[in-house]
Design a protein. Structure first.
Length: 95
């Protein structure tokens, strides 16, 4: 089972969330969760928070990314991930 399949096990929750709050609100929420992760990572690097705080924010972002994948389409995102991995492999082989 790949990461996208794992994220998609929550499809029904994503669908209900979109039905309750709508796409625009979920886009805004995704941005907010990413910003919170950025802030926590900066604090963690300076020793101001522990790893558990990072994990909590990472889980929030993971769920929002899953919802975005649901919104934009699993196949589209999966194809794009594979393309990015192929590019990364080329870069790694050049070193």
């Amino acid at each position: 089972m790949d990461n996208i399949e794992i994220m998609m096990k929550y499809k029904q929750i994503y669908k209900k969330t979109l039905g309750k709050w709508g796409r625009e609100a979920q886009f805004d929420q995704a941005v907010e969760e990413c910003a919170e992760l950025i802030a926590v990572l900066k604090h963690w690097r300076r020793g101001k928070v522990n790893e558990e705080r990072v994990v909590e924010e990472l889980a929030d972002v993971w769920l929002m990314v899953g919802q975005l994948v649901y919104m934009f389409g699993e196949q589209r995102v999966s194809r794009s991930v594979e393309q990015k991995i192929d590019k990364l492999k080329v870069l790694l082989d050049q070193e």
